[in-house]
Design a protein. Structure first.
Length: 211
């Protein structure tokens, strides 16, 4: 898939914000889901229409549309947008999340369970995101913020963190179909929950995603 860049302001875990480059197709899909799909039933689990997904992919791959700068979302649903995010991740040359990072999440989730340590500070996110660098780090945080918000709307979309993580794990890590990493899924679910709590805290609210 040909990829154009889009600019967006990003919030730093340490405070403040700055402008980052993101793949335009992902940025537009994330915004579309945030605006219209956080409460869509089984978002990211229910597949969209394959023909509309192919059209969406063509739009984001075509110079005629500015690689997605010119398009009409009325022709698509949030389910095709979610599918395109998963497709993009699965087609990356290298996985967005290395296995070493996923192993750290497993360890952090177990430590939190044993010690009831639910730290939300800067140190937590520095540790959790260590090993994801540069543009990949920015992209993962963009997606993690989205998935945290999706998980926070579990009462409407029926997508708890575990179910989200199960759907995301293979595209994120490029795991083969013959391999299923339950520990990795639980580690990712832990990080999604933490991001949901983090996002809610910034709004002065409490996350609906319970441990």
């Amino acid at each position: 898939m040909s990829v154009a860049k889009g600019l967006a302001s990003t919030r730093h875990d340490s405070g403040g914000s700055s402008t980052r480059d993101y793949p335009l197709c992902i940025l537009r899909c994330v915004y579309f889901i945030q605006d219209h799909g956080l409460r869509a039933p089984q978002i990211f689990a229910q597949e969209g229409d394959p023909h509309r997904l192919q059209r969406l992919k063509t739009i984001f791959s075509s110079p005629k549309t500015g690689y997605g700068k010119v398009m009409d979302w009325n022709q698509f649903t949030v389910y095709e947008a979610a599918d395109l995010i998963l497709l993009f991740l699965s087609e990356l040359p290298q996985p967005l999340v290395p296995e070493s990072v996923a192993k750290r999440w497993v360890s952090m989730s177990r430590q939190a369970t044993m010690s009831e340590r639910l730290d939300q500070g800067i140190d937590f996110w520095e540790e959790a995101l260590q090993g994801i660098k540069g543009p990949n780090r920015s992209l993962f945080k963009l997606l993690l913020n989205l998935w945290g918000d999706v998980a926070d709307n579990v009462d409407w979309n029926e997508m708890p963190a575990e179910r989200l993580a199960e759907r995301m794990m293979r595209p994120l890590m490029h795991l083969p179909q013959t391999r299923y990493g339950t520990d990795y899924m639980l580690g990712l679910a832990f990080v999604v929950r933490k991001r949901s709590e983090y996002n809610a805290g910034l709004k002065g609210e409490r996350s609906r995603t319970a441990f």
